[in-house]
Design a protein around this ligand. Sequence first.
Ligand SMILES: O=C(O)CCC(=O)C(=O)O
Ligand SMILES: [Fe+2]
Length: 200
Amino acid sequence: MFNLFPEEPILLNLPDAEFIYYPNFFSKEKADLFFEILLNETPWQHDEITIFGKKILQPRLTSLYGNEGKSYGYSNIVMHPHHFNSTLTFIKEEIENTINENFTTVLLNLYRNEKDSNGWHADNEKELGRDPIIASLSLGEERIFQIKHNTNKEAKQSITLQHGSLLVMKKGAQIHYKHQIPKASKPKNQRINLTFRKII
Ligand SMILES: O=C(O)CCC(=O)C(=O)O
Ligand SMILES: [Fe+2]
């Protein structure tokens, strides 16, 4: 990806949807601090999900925060949100102010090593409305994020999500595309991802 102005957001060149990448949303110093706090202070849980009728442990740890006590369900699990803490509130407000959107809920993912992953999906649960906007902050180890169009085989992209970066998935992104974090073939350290969502 060629970018003359590394601080500028990058609009991915994909049809039918808007994906906007902010490579340096937070400085390294801020991102380091948030990573340490969230790694140590989050009540990480390891859930069983049901896929094709089989129960398996999710290949990552998760935690859900929301201010309205609304539960959120996907892949046959129902998660009950914790109350927003000051770190998550600060991060949420920085994102909201930059992109002019509001969020109610954040799902945190902890990828412990290269074996952890998040398979192909769209965030299209009915609680999120018809065409949700999702803001996804990455902290810690870099991992590859893959995007593919549901019907147009040419429309796909892989992007490395760097420490302190923000990827905003806007209109069309959950309707026309799926995304995933594949397992990595080389050893990886821990990565935390925060996906801010609006439950309506
Ligand atoms: O870890 C990521 O970058 C993606 C997370 C994701 O897609 C999700 O939680 O829905
Ligand atoms: Fe997702």
